[in-house]
Design a protein around this ligand. Structure first.
Ligand SMILES: C[S@@+](CC[C@H](N)C(=O)[O-])C[C@H]1O[C@@H](n2cnc3c(N)ncnc32)[C@H](O)[C@@H]1O
Length: 371
């Protein structure tokens, strides 16, 4: 017989009071479905799974009535619930990282005797990760022509193109009718004069009719979406063709090959835990994946761009333009940078990575998904 847990045991394991569980029972949110041999109410494995969902939504700040609707949604199975919760938690973590960055900025300003304005102090609460880090983006992030050529070729003869998670518009094709979508106000504000019109929205809920574009593209953005599969399905819904430049998170080989994550920043792997597989991503758009090699002199300063130019990672401007460094937190960042600095000056990095100097391109898990 499957294990049954008493209310006291469940309360102890979950770190909530027995009163809370009784309350959930009274309002019908979580009614223990079995009885112990002594006739007391007991929680089954399914009840515990439901409690885990309830408590996670609670921690995310949802009200009990909203939670009841979410956990009772008949269209959502256990895996879909976990994926949704994961996306929401990542979003919350990124917002917390963004707030830490904003508070660091304010502390720094105060140390220099500068008082921030009321607007600046309140902005932090409505902030997205890219609202906090986005102003550092244009310093090193620009169009890499060899990658742009691949993306534009994959767009085929599309005349109207939707660019989702468009940022400053680095990869928008100049010869087509582009509409951009970008949720961060800071990123929207940095789009150059004359750039394509930009709508404030997120991938998961695109404010467009079905099939309203010839093609939809998304570049270096899917890993930021709380629900990547939902966002890709939305792209598929609004466009006849879909082109996505992203990572293959399942392919652990490249993480072993890339010295930065292997030797200095193993925390990067934590950012990928639970990330949808390449099959899930291609499945969401009904397409295929092609590898994209990173040229040694890549001009778009994304995380892997400097694989043959290690000194670049010592530069604060390079790191601030890549969200990975904010997401792993300041401790991991400082440790990675000082380890790399030491190994560059002792010659240890060169010794370990001598073979890279003969390569012009590297396969670091980047993929073009085309449907
Ligand atoms: C690394 S930037 C890439 C910007 C641009 N595509 C490029 O290649 O330069 C990631 C962008 O994704 C945006 N983003 C974050 N969450 C999003 C979401 N749910 N839907 C659409 N875009 C999102 C961020 O605001 C940010 O501008």
């Amino acid at each position: 017989m499957a294990e049954q847990l008493t209310v006291g045991r469940v309360a102890e394991l979950a770190g909530v009071s027995v009163r809370t569980l009784h309350h959930y029972d009274e309002i019908g949110l979580l009614e223990p479905s079995t009885r112990t041999s002594a006739g007391h109410r007991a929680y089954s494995a399914d009840d515990v799974e439901r409690l885990r969902e309830v408590l996670t939504y609670r921690r995310l700040g949802f009200g009990l009535r909203e939670i009841a609707e979410l956990v009772d949604d008949p269209t959502t199975d256990a895996v879909a619930h976990l994926c949704r919760l994961r996306g929401l938690l990542i979003d919350q973590r990124d917002r917390a990282a963004a707030m830490v960055t904003a508070i660091d900025g304010e502390l720094d300003a105060r140390a220099r005797g500068i008082r921030t304005t009321p607007e600046e102090q309140l902005r932090v609460f409505g902030t997205q990760l890219y609202d906090a880090i986005g102003s550092a983006y244009p310093a090193t992030r620009r169009t890499e022509p060899r990658i742009a050529a691949r993306i534009w070729a994959a767009l085929g003869d599309a005349r109207t193109v939707l660019n989702v998670g468009a940022g400053t518009g680095s990869y928008e094709p100049p010869d087509r009718d582009v509409t951009a979508v970008e949720p961060s106000a800071v990123m929207r504000a940095q789009r150059p004069p004359g750039a394509a019109p930009c709508v404030a929205a997120a991938a998961e809920r695109l404010p467009f009719e079905d099939q309203s574009f010839d093609a939809a593209m998304a570049v270096s953005t899917v890993h930021h979406w709380p629900d990547p599969v939902a966002g890709l399905r939305e792209m598929r819904r609004v466009a006849r063709r879909v082109v996505v430049f992203t990572y293959d998170a399942d392919d652990t080989r490249w993480r072993q090959r890339f010295w930065l994550t292997r030797d200095y920043l193993p925390e990067f792997a934590d950012l990928l835990v639970g990330w949808p597989s390449l099959a899930d991503l291609t499945g969401a758009i009904g397409g295929r994946a092609e590898p994209v090699l990173v040229p040694w002199d890549c001009v778009d300063g994304f995380f892997e761009a400097y694989w043959r130019r290690p000194e670049a990672y010592l530069d604060e401007h390079v790191r601030r333009a890549v969200s990975v460094w904010t997401r792993v937190g300041p401790q991991a960042e400082q440790r990675a940078v000082s380890g790399l600095r030491d190994d560059l000056s002792s010659g240890r990095w060169a010794e370990r990575n001598r073979d890279l100097l003969a390569l012009d391109t590297a396969e670091l898990g980047l993929r073009l998904l085309v449907a």
